[in-house]
Design a protein around this ligand. Structure first.
Ligand code: ADP
Ligand code: ADP
Ligand code: ZN
Length: 221
């Protein structure tokens, strides 16, 4: 029952863009660890204060902070019938923790699509990304511009560039992916869950391939 998806891919691959649309189609929550952190930053919670320096450098927030935050979100009733996870797990320890959380819920993942793009494409996408302050929708100055510059199509909110959208933080995030997140590709391949999606296509074409894979794995959508 339900559909439980983890999206993997480089920072900038298009996970958030696709997760939002897929979650809507499946009728399940889009759970993005980066969005959860940004909520804490906005509200200036204690967790946000502990996480801020890591995020601004492009480093991973330590597992002992991250895992609890995501586990708490997945335990809420709206995730009982499934979810699309985006940005978590990013380390093998996080993947193992996720497995324990799902075990306790008596369930497991259905599919782990890997949205594949080169580092060059990822950087080009990251450097033109603008995010809505109010609803978190993402745009790209060239590839996915809003109808009106600086204004969110969805909610009319103000668009801004995240404080971690600097060339230094971008480079660091790609490095961190190579070192700490890339091992998850083999981890999920061995588990029989990995499906590779060509991310170097239009948003619509990536979506079509992704939805076909998810439909096959979950028998829905
Ligand atoms: P991630 O969540 O993997 O970091 P995002 O979904 O935020 O990636 O996308 C990164 C940037 O690339 C955004 O500006 C987004 O509008 C843009 N983008 C997403 N998918 C595509 C695509 N298929 N082609 C071109 N640009 C894209
Ligand atoms: P992107 O869309 O560029 O991939 P995210 O919005 O997912 O970035 O994440 C932004 C930042 O939040 C990361 O660079 C990292 O500092 C922190 N973060 C998000 N998810 C995790 C995670 N699973 N583990 C550790 N840190 C995380
Ligand atoms: Zn918005």
């Amino acid at each position: 029952m339900g559909c439980r998806v983890v999206l993997l891919g480089l920072p900038g691959a298009g996970k958030g863009t696709q997760a939002e649309r897929l979650a809507k189609a499946l009728g399940v929550p889009h759970v993005a660890s980066g969005d959860l952190f940004r909520e804490h930053l906005n509200k200036n919670t204690e967790l946000g204060q502990r996480a801020r320096a890591y995020i601004d450098r492009g480093d991973l927030v330590p597992d002992e902070i991250t895992i609890g935050m995501v586990a708490e979100r997945l335990a809420r009733p709206d995730c009982a019938d499934g979810f699309v996870l985006d940005g978590f797990p990013r380390t093998v320890a996080q993947a193992e923790a996720l497995e324990r959380v799902l075990d306790r819920m008596g369930t497991r993942l259905n599919i782990v699509p890997l949205i594949q793009v080169s580092e060059e494409v990822a950087l080009a996408r990251l450097s033109g990304r603008w995010t809505c302050r109010k609803c978190g929708a993402v745009y790209h100055t060239l590839f996915n511009p809003p109808k009106q510059p600086g204004v969110c199509d969805v909610c009319g909110g103000e668009l801004y560039q995240r404080s971690d959208e600097t060339p230094e933080a971008h480079r660091r995030r790609l490095e961190v992916y190579r070192e700490q997140t890339a091992p998850l590709v083999d981890y999920y391949r061995r588990a029989g869950l990995l499906v590779e999606i060509n991310g170097e296509q239009s948003i619509e074409d990536v979506q079509a391939d992704l939805w076909a894979a998810v439909r096959a794995a979950c028998g829905v959508g």
